[in-house]
Design a protein around this ligand. Structure first.
Ligand code: ADP
Ligand code: MG
Length: 274
């Protein structure tokens, strides 16, 4: 029996598609500039199904930009990104950089990636239930009654069963963020992207959100988690990436990154955050 082959969506030919080993998210040599400012300088990353990849790094190191490139909220300047073996079709844009060959493909892939933002980004004029059923109905074409049934399940899961008719502004930050997580879960995403999900919360509300994320990690949801919660990252991550100035300066299992960091910058960063 031949050994399992590590597949890559970027290998040309027909040798990908059905391996159990297919990455959920694969990024290769990602660059992103805003005008003259090069924010990502060649980042590569692979997340297999069930991986929890924690991304740490100082402010301005490019963490959010990387996440936003993964779901095409930002277009990369160069590089390749594949979700579940399907590479985004990109071609050179007229003004430089890349643009999608097929915007529908981007929309379709993006619907499979749930993003949880620092500031929740709930729709203020929709109730909790309204926020959770919007994408399933409008983007994925799920019938309304099915979408509502699923929404109630995921809201119960994050402890918001009693809140479905409430508007976001009447809830605490912790409740709003749990609603944002429910909104992502409602589409049963291939992977979840968290961008500092607890940074905007009062300290006493951080725990309730981390506990929901911990549950999701334990059920082997694939996720990329940008966070400053070092103890939490150490606890839930399968792999940690330290981003510095647009490059991965160090990466490895959490025991190594937090227990025996090699880079002096990383050592300094960890001691500054803890
Ligand atoms: P992090 O999330 O690690 O704090 P970001 O990815 O948000 O870092 O930002 C990295 C750098 O890119 C910063 O210098 C930021 O000012 C810059 N940047 C981010 N988004 C834009 C944008 N849309 N236009 C111009 N500069 C940007
Ligand atoms: Mg950021």
């Amino acid at each position: 029996i031949p050994p399992p082959v590590k597949t890559s969506a970027f290998r040309s030919g027909d040798d990908h598609g059905d391996s159990m080993d297919q990455p959920a998210i694969e990024i290769r040599d990602l660059h992103k500039s805003f005008g003259d400012l090069e924010v990502l300088k060649g980042v590569s990353l692979t997340a297999h199904p069930g991986d929890v990849v924690a991304v740490i790094g100082g402010s301005g190191s490019g963490k959010s930009t990387m996440l936003r490139c993964i779901n095409m909220l930002e277009l990369p300047s160069s590089g390749e990104i594949a979700i579940q073996g399907e590479a985004y079709g990109l071609h050179p844009a007229r003004g430089g950089g890349l643009e999608p060959i097929d915007p529908k493909q981007v929309q379709r892939i993006r619907a499979q990636l749930g993003m949880v933002f620092q500031n929740f980004n709930l729709w203020p004029h929709r109730t909790v239930l309204g926020n959770v059923i919007e994408v399933p109905i409008q983007v994925l074409g799920v019938p309304r009654d099915k979408a509502i049934a699923r929404a109630r399940q995921v809201l119960a899961r994050v402890g918001l069963a009693e809140k479905e008719d409430v508007y976001p502004s009447f809830m605490s930050g912790g409740q709003q963020q749990r609603c944002a997580i429910a909104r992502v879960l409602a589409v049963d995403p291939l992977a979840m992207l968290f961008d500092e999900p607890t940074s905007a919360l009062d300290p006493e509300l951080v725990g309730e959100v981390l506990s929901v994320i911990r549950d999701l990690a334990q059920e082997k949801r694939t996720m990329i988690l940008v966070t400053h919660e070092m103890a939490f990252a150490r606890d839930v991550a399968s792999h940690v990436i330290y981003l510095r100035d647009g490059l991965i300066e160090e990466q490895g299992p959490p025991e190594q990154i937090f227990g025996a960091p090699q880079s002096a910058h990383l050592r300094q960063f960890i001691s500054s955050v803890v």
